[in-house]
Design a protein around this ligand. Sequence first.
Ligand code: 4AD
Ligand code: MG
Length: 427
Amino acid sequence: PPTIRQLFAAPVPTDPTEITVNGWIKSVRRQKRMSFAVLADGTTDDGLQAVFSDPTLDLDSLTTGASVRLEGALVGSPGARQDRELQVRSFSVVGQCDPESYPIQRKELSTEFLRTLPHLRTRTQAHAHIIRERDRLMRGFHSYFETNGFYHIHTPALTQNDCEGGGEAFALAAPAPDMFGHPAYLTVSAQLHLEAMAAALPRVYTLSPAFRAESSATSRHLSEFWMLEAELAFADSLEDIMALTEGCVRAVLPKASDTDPSPWPRITYAQAVDALAAAHPQVKFEYEPRHGDPLRSDHERWLAEVWANDRPVFVTSYPAAHKPFYMLPNDDGTDTVACFDLLIPRVGELAGGSLREHRLDRLQDAMKRHGVNERGELEWYLDLRRWGSTPHGGFGLGFERLVAFVTGTESVKECVPFPRWAGRWLM
Ligand code: 4AD
Ligand code: MG
């Protein structure tokens, strides 16, 4: 049988058309001579109106949440709210649903309440919509990168390094430490492994899970999230990496949300702090913007929403002191690195990227300063600079943050089917 999306994709039938359709009952309205039900199957925002006018049909088991198979005639609808409806001739209940105990009734359910039922919440039309958008964005990225000559790489979840050096890596409990002869962690970023691949296949990317023991349970943070990461060998400048980031995000954004074809603005961290400081204190930021301090999330949102006039904005050249060991220093004497954050309205930081230090001796120095590779766990990473090194760079983008932006969703917790975050563990 067709999905409801397929049914709605076809023109309204001029003559009654016999069909069979599967789905779940979203609501039932019983009247004296006729009853109505809305049937949905998650494939589209719309439900199919089903009309029951045969008095011999027993509708008792037709309850909200029941899975059913309906057969009848699809016809143009006289109703104002739908253009077609199904006049049901016969139906069978595939799986009953007790209306007394079923928690997903049609009445408005709060986001908070639905979070306690991640295994059931996608049965709401609103959540099904988010999950479909997630799928669409994923496919959009794969298509963009394929078109642009990138190879998709499967990178490991188990590692021996904390790529970002933020101390947020989940350590594996025994027996894993003995198993590998080194402490083992869940990966916080695929970047280092992608760099190895980019030294062999020059354009690579991955869309894979990343794990961070974030103590902050904010609307933008998850303990397990998906990251889109790309790495480009022979990159001449940071602009190459920003153009790639902008290109792939624009390729998947709905047309309506990205109507201005001019490139997204690029400003330096120093210029951004100047702009923030000039807006302060008329704009009440939680922290006063100061040179040398990290940008806070309300700073980031202001830069995209106000300074960039509700557009994404790249902020480049952050102080080296804020950033991990692998970033390429700028050679202008400013103690900044060749990096960017991509900031977007309502969300703040969507992506971060940089050129990587590709010179062996400089990288060894940087590792010493950052206390990285003390147990030799990144000797393999140094090998990449020993043999056939190239200037290169890449970025990582928080996939749930993009889903939140595109769907207008408040929190990333709604943007992955089974969210994990500090303080809450659910199935
Ligand atoms: O800025 P981050 O930490 O950068 C990296 O991990 C680089 N190694 C990426 C690279 O260059 N290949 O993380 C990248 C993005 C952030 O901009 C943010 O959107 C997202 O990942 N992110 C999170 N999303 C949800 N929950 C969390 N706890 C996140 N931490 C980072
Ligand atoms: Mg970042």
